[in-house]
Write a protein that binds this ligand. Structure first.
Ligand code: GDP
Ligand code: IMO
Ligand code: MG
Length: 438
């Protein structure tokens, strides 16, 4: 088994770090891009020229027709939303003929969305601020061993038979606990029939494809969704998503062993954002936060919600490096910081009279933390056209060096704009080698 050509790409903050952009850039040289967790809560944006694509289930390598796209077993897939995504891409001339869905991926059903939305309403001011896509309930049903899987889409009679065993319980819960009217079996089957027909030919054992490509030393990108602090184990629980978002999940979520995962690239914004509820130590609630939101167009790709904005947090970067085993970092949206007189970076937290450098393991501790800032000089230049690290303003280089030093991980990619072309790869780095064709 050859592992040298695989790269796991994960978000290292609270999601929306620009993973879609970075993956699209690296996918130009990839044979396969595989998602391994999450569902359509993800919103990954790819921009080239006047084209903007917002991907939810579909891997960010889809724009390269030769590249195989895989929806791995660790994902939860909403068949109806996936069909819409396919139709939209095809309308825009993008081929989806190379896309495969793991037979073991779980399905997000209409009742999962109903639970998600009802749960949030019942939680009231204690809500999580989910995307409302049914992610948590779909993963809960997987763990409760009453989920439907992609394999069930391949035969409508199988789909009906599996659903008929689950639906009475789902309806009971919906009616008793949530006051929902429930679903009727035949109607639900007919509702899903077109999606079953459309998706059925794409369903297969994707682990076999991946193992074959791995054995042939092909280049494989594993595409993470969400980010380290939204991880079900390591994130700011309970304000997290319901899957394992860290790099190790790329193995179990795609059907490969850990030795198949070589490099791990963590994607981080040059500042921090978060959507939804939960603690955020370096958040700027005033004018500075508004400025970052406007300059960075920080509005959710999936829900359109304004993103909460704040400064880069090196405590988080170190933590994300530890729990993911990062071998390199990509820093995105550096251009957004242009024009700021000074830039803050959280380098530690002040917590009950103590200075701490490790990210607290539970949110009660985190809520008591105040960031300790180091202040860096800003730069005025528009850097969005710069194509080499040496041409960046001195202050920007100083800022990046500080990030590297505090996180203890090299920066190998810098993004200075949303477009594919606005990407700088560090010469002689592992990523530079990845970008060499062949
Ligand atoms: P993802 O979920 O990690 O893929 O990130 P999103 O696509 O949700 O959000 C990132 C947003 O920033 C998208 O609108 C991207 O087009 C945009 N973006 C990515 N990299 C850069 C960059 O370097 N500079 C600027 N200005 N925008 C960027
Ligand atoms: P990408 O892949 C940012 C957040 C939601 C909420 C929490 C739980 O684009 O980075 P969920 O619907 O998953 O149960 O919501 O997680 N969240 C994201 N935030 N980017 C995402 O994905 C997210 N996916 C989920 O806002 O706080
Ligand atoms: Mg996103």
């Amino acid at each position: 088994m050859n592992k040298a050509n695989s790269l796991v790409i994960v978000g290292a903050q609270w999601g929306d770090e620009g993973k879609g952009k970075v993956i699209d850039y690296l996918a130009a040289n990839a044979d396969v891009v595989a998602r391994f967790q999450g569902g359509d809560n993800a919103g990954h944006t790819v921009v080239y020229g006047a084209n903007i694509f917002k991907l939810h289930h579909i891997p960010s390598g889809i724009l390269y027709p030769e590249c195989i796209s895989i929806l791995g077993n660790g994902m939860v897939v909403n068949p109806l939303v996936l069909v819409d995504e396919l139709v939209e891409l095809e309308k825009r001339g993008i081929s989806t003929g190379n896309l495969w869905i793991s037979s073991k991926a779980h399905l997000i059903m209409a009742y999962h969305q109903a639970y998600d939305q009802a749960n949030e309403e019942l939680l009231g001011e204690n809500k999580i601020g989910t995307t409302g896509r049914g992610i948590g309930p779909a993963y809960a049903d997987k763990a409760l061993r009453r989920g439907l899987r992609a394999i069930d889409l391949t035969d409508i009679n199988l789909f009906r038979s599996r659903l008929s065993k689950i639906l009475p319980l789902q309806n009971h819960l919906l009616r008793e606990a949530y006051g929902h009217s429930g679903y009727e079996l035949n109607q639900l089957v007919e509702y899903y029939r077109p999606a079953c027909e459309r998706l059925s030919p794409m369903v297969t054992d994707t682990s076999i494809i991946l193992a074959e490509k791995m054995a042939g030393a092909k280049k494989i990108l594993f595409e993470g969704a969400q980010g380290a602090l939204l991880d079900i184990d390591h994130g700011t629980y309970p304000f997290v998503t319901s899957s394992s978002t860290v790099a190790a999940a790329a193995g179990s979520g795609s059907g490969l062993g850990p030795q198949s995962l070589a490099g791990v690239l963590g994607v981080l914004k040059a500042y921090t954002t978060r959507v939804g509820e939960g603690p955020f130590p370096s958040e700027e609630k005033g004018e500075k936060g508004d400025q970052l939101r406007e300059q960075g167009s920080e509005y959710g790709t999936t829900t359109g919600r304004p993103r909460r904005c704040g400064w880069f947090d090196a405590v988080i970067a170190r933590y994300a490096s530890r729990i993911n085993g990062l071998t390199a970092m990509a820093i995105t949206k550096l251009d957004v910081l242009s024009g700021l007189e000074t830039i803050n970076m959280a380098v530690a937290y002040e917590c009950q009279g103590k200075t701490i450098k490790d990210f607290p393991s539970d949110i009660t501790g985190l809520q008591q933390c105040k960031p300790v800032y180091e202040v860096f000089p800003g730069w005025d230049e528009d850097i969005s056209h710069i194509s080499s690290i040496s041409n960046l303003p001195g202050a920007a280089k100083l800022y990046l060096e500080a990030i590297e030093e505090m996180a203890g991980v090299p920066i190998e990619l810098i993004s200075v704009g949303p477009d594919r072309s606005q990407t700088i790869v560090k010469p002689d780095s592992l990523l530079a080698r990845w970008c060499v064709v062949g």
